[in-house]
Ligand binder design. Structure first.
Ligand SMILES: [Fe+2]
Ligand SMILES: [Fe+2]
Length: 339
């Protein structure tokens, strides 16, 4: 993936899948032609479902909305999500698309404070969706796609973290909110890295690898002055590469020294990294990913949390290490550059 492009001044980028079809548009839609925004659909125009599918199929997915119309755009998404007659899969799609816009802002805006308050309300919506609709988590996970790596990765890690926290910590919405925020923000330190480095497909030099490993601390620095972010979510940002046995980074913390939420986000992070196409490896299926994660044990993950993850998220039933189970070749995390 190339570096995230900043939208032209006074515009923000959206994906067409976040636009409600068959009803009048509450905002103008622009396309970028020769580097300049060109009006594509005016407010009050209608985009049909067929037209949208056609555009998406032909790669016409990214559009611009004037910054001055951000409120009607976000409201249109909230209306779809809040409408009780919206089917679960459509709600999931809109929640994910709205999250995409937030993550894009988190990675490209100079000033994070205004983005953070919107991000919190998005995660609150995600939590209330998964708390009120039994199909919600399955539906959100089904929508995990294997492109647009960094943005989708943050959104998917938020979904997995909420789902796993729900199994381990119960229904307390405050804890689920922390899990969602921690997941969504965990890699925010990458905004300070060079994007060519993040997406390099050839082996990293020692210096490059040292720089990549700084992203938890860069994330900590980016967020430390923002009081609106709860301490636990900040800990997930700085601790998500710590290993249960103390071999992780940046501090080499172990066991209970690592917050429980961070131990949850670590599992969500590795699972999503393995099941997503990246510049240096192809995605593997959930079962193979779990096998690889097994081969990192004991050591990488909190055994109790990993057991719960395996029990609840393995599609063909929990993996068991038996005499005839042939785990993946032992792989080091460095090889996968799990981030
Ligand atoms: Fe990550
Ligand atoms: Fe990371």
């Amino acid at each position: 993936m190339s570096a995230p492009k900043k939208a032209p001044k006074d515009f923000f980028e959206i994906r067409l899948r976040s636009v409600a079809t068959e009803i009048p548009l509450p905002f103008d839609l622009f396309l970028v032609v020769n580097g300049k925004p060109v009006l594509f659909r005016r407010r009050t125009d209608v985009i049909t479902e067929d037209r949208m599918k056609l555009l998406v199929r032909h790669g016409g997915e990214k559009f611009l909305v004037p910054e001055s119309q951000r409120i009607p755009y976000m409201k249109s998404i909230k209306d779809v999500i809040a409408n009780p007659s919206t089917p679960t899969d459509i709600k999931s799609r809109f929640i994910k698309e709205s999250a995409f816009v937030h993550v894009h802002d988190l990675f490209t805006k100079e000033d994070l404070s205004p983005v953070i308050s919107e991000t919190k309300s998005l995660v609150e919506e995600m939590v209330s969706f998964v708390s009120t609709d039994v199909e919600a988590i399955t539906s959100l996970m089904r929508l995990s796609v294997h492109d647009y790596y960094t943005y989708n990765h943050c959104v998917d890690v938020a979904v997995y973290s909420i789902a796993l926290a729900k199994k381990i910590l119960g229904e307390d919405k405050k804890l689920l909110l922390l899990a969602g925020l921690g997941g969504l923000l965990h890699d925010i330190g990458k905004r300070k890295l060079n994007w060519d480095l993040i997406n390099k497909s050839s082996p990293l030099t020692q210096l490059e690898w040292e720089e990549i490993k700084r992203h938890p601390l860069y994330g900590k620095e980016s967020l430390e002055k923002i009081e609106a972010i709860p301490v636990d979510a900040k800990l997930a940002v700085v601790e998500h590469h710590e290993n249960f046995d103390g071999t992780g980074y940046p501090y080499g913390l172990k066991e209970e020294q690592i917050s429980r939420l961070s131990r949850i986000v670590t599992i969500a992070d590795v699972f999503d990294a393995l099941t997503t196409d990246r510049s240096y490896h192809k995605a593997v299926g959930p079962q193979e990913a779990l096998g690889t994660m097994y081969s990192m044990q004991p050591g990488k993950f909190d055994p109790m949390i990993f057991q719960s993850f395996n029990k609840n998220f393995a599609k063909k039933g929990p993996l068991k290490l038996t005499a005839d189970f042939d785990p993946c070749q032992p792989q080091s995390l460095d090889r996968f550059k799990v981030g």
